[in-house]
Design a protein around this ligand. Structure first.
Ligand code: HEM
Length: 435
């Protein structure tokens, strides 16, 4: 048995010694304590198409290499999105079934009829629904939004304390994403942090990320649904606008959708636009601190901001994976994936595949092709919010560089307890001085 070489900077982990058959790459504590890297390093070399027969998520396949992930992500006929796009614990599935009074089988059957949020349905149903929201998130509309985002980014930064520690995640990353999302939804700005809370409630399990119990989590989701139902009712009777709710309420492809489907899309947009961007903003500060030579390069040439943003999106990989279920038997890398098997595409590993990316474990802000990464996925479900994310990141860094010579991370951040969202719960920083 080959033992993987421990990459520099990675803490000790049992990933080097466990028999392959016992390796459960989604084991969530490894994501929280940042010991996932040797697991994927080993899988890429020794077992790139890896089967975990038994786990808290049920049985699943793991893809660790770029090419295999790409093959599955772009084959939406053989790999369906209708049976869950992220690994979910069996416990969480049961809790939802109980409270919603609907079985998982019923949800899957509805998704196969094209009902549900558009990330969780297949063609031909998916494309027209995606098209209903994509104009709001496209560059032309974003150009209109960008001065608003810039103003708000400036306000957030100007209010930060100088010379004393504070939580960057709370004061900057969450604030900026909440404000941008409120702008996209035309949601009451003073209530913007409810969007953050709801996203956290959806994404986290009890004991983590502010969620105390299944009841609290589910009640919070109900509250979110009620608020967005009111917004729908207001927008559907008003003149069509360019916010996301109005687009959904007036577009022929979505205006007749049922309650569950609308709510599914709302949650998708709240969650899609929240954790991912938030964690990239925090990640950029973290990785620049870990790589001071790169931070120096950025300060010397602010023209590198958009490259640095893409490199952070690769390096952080804010969504560690997406999952699919095989609709027929398919062979990948000499292994037989059977109809009905769950396949997890580990973007976080594909982004570190040295067969495709040179020196992938290094954070290099002036790489030749910085947008060559898999963090937004590929194929029909490729992230529709990628431009919004890049816009927010670019603007916040342009504004940071005008104001602060340095942001110093003081102490290790607390990482998210999740094998799906790869991010930071909190990160203490100090800004020593203004420019
Ligand atoms: C750095 C930030 C972001 C990352 C890394 C990210 C990542 C992803 C990934 C991996 C997918 C699935 C791709 C696939 O299955 O092939 C996705 C889909 C999606 N994302 Fe993002 N995302 C980000 C920001 C956003 C933002 C800001 C929004 C909305 C405002 C958003 C909305 C969506 C939606 C609606 C989908 C579903 C697209 C579809 O099914 O057609 N995302 N994103």
């Amino acid at each position: 048995m080959n033992i993987a070489v421990k990459p520099e900077g990675v803490r000790e982990s049992d990933a080097f010694i466990l028999p392959l058959a016992e390796l459960n790459p989604a084991r969530t504590d490894r994501f929280q304590d940042d010991t996932i890297w040797p697991v994927f390093e080993r899988l890429r070399r020794e077992d790139p198409v890896h089967f975990t027969p038994d786990s808290e998520f049920g049985p699943y396949w793991s893809l660790a290499r770029w090419d295999d992930i790409m093959a599955v992500d772009t084959d939406h006929e053989a790999f369906s999105s209708t049976e869950g796009i992220g690994l979910q614990t069996l416990e969480s599935r049961k809790a939802f079934e109980k409270v919603l009074g609907r079985s998982e089988e019923e949800d899957i059957a509805a998704a196969k009829r094209g009902e549900g949020s558009f990330i969780g349905i297949d063609e031909p149903y998916h494309a027209p629904k995606r098209k209903a929201v994509s104009p709001t998130l496209a560059p032309a509309n974003l150009a209109k939004m960008s001065p608003i985002v810039r103003d708000r980014a400036g306000e957030i930064l100007d209010a930060l304390p100088i010379g004393e520690p504070f939580d960057w995640v709370d004061k900057v990353s969450m604030e900026l994403t909440a404000m941008t999302l409120a702008t996209l939804f035309d949601f009451p700005m003073e209530q913007r942090r409810r969007l953050t809370t709801w996203s956290d409630m959806v994404m986290n399990e009890p004991g983590h990320g502010g969620v105390e119990s299944w009841e609290q989590k589910i009640m919070s989701i109900f509250e979110c649904r009620a608020v967005f139902q009111d917004l729908w009712n207001q927008r559907v009777d008003a003149e069509p606008g360019i916010d996301l709710i109005s687009m959904l309420a007036h577009d022929p492809a979505t205006r007749n959708m049922g309650y569950e489907e609308y709510q599914g899309n709302v949650v998708l947009l709240i969650v899609g636009g929240n954790d991912t961007t938030r964690n990239t903003i925090s990640g950029s500060v973290y990785w620049l601190n870990k790589n001071p030579d790169q931070y120096d390069k950025l300060r010397a040439d602010p023209g590198l901001v958009s490259n640095m943003v893409s490199e952070t999106i690769r390096y952080q990989t804010p969504l560690a994976h997406m999952a699919r279920v095989a609709t027929r038997d398919v062979e990948i890398g000499g292994k037989l994936i059977k109809t009905g098997d769950r396949v997890v595409m580990w973007y976080i590993s594909g982004n570190r595949d040295d067969a495709v990316i040179e020196n992938p474990d290094a954070f290099i802000i002036d790489r030749a092709r910085p947008r060559h990464h898999m963090s937004f996925g590929f194929g029909v479900h490729r992230c529709v919010g990628n431009r919004v994310a890049e816009l927010q990141l670019t603007i916040i860094w342009e504004e940071i560089l005008k104001r602060f010579p340095r942001i110093e991370v003081v102490g290790e951040p607390l990482r998210t307890y999740s094998a799906f969202v790869h991010g930071y719960e909190s990160m203490q920083v100090v800004i020593p001085e203004r420019a």
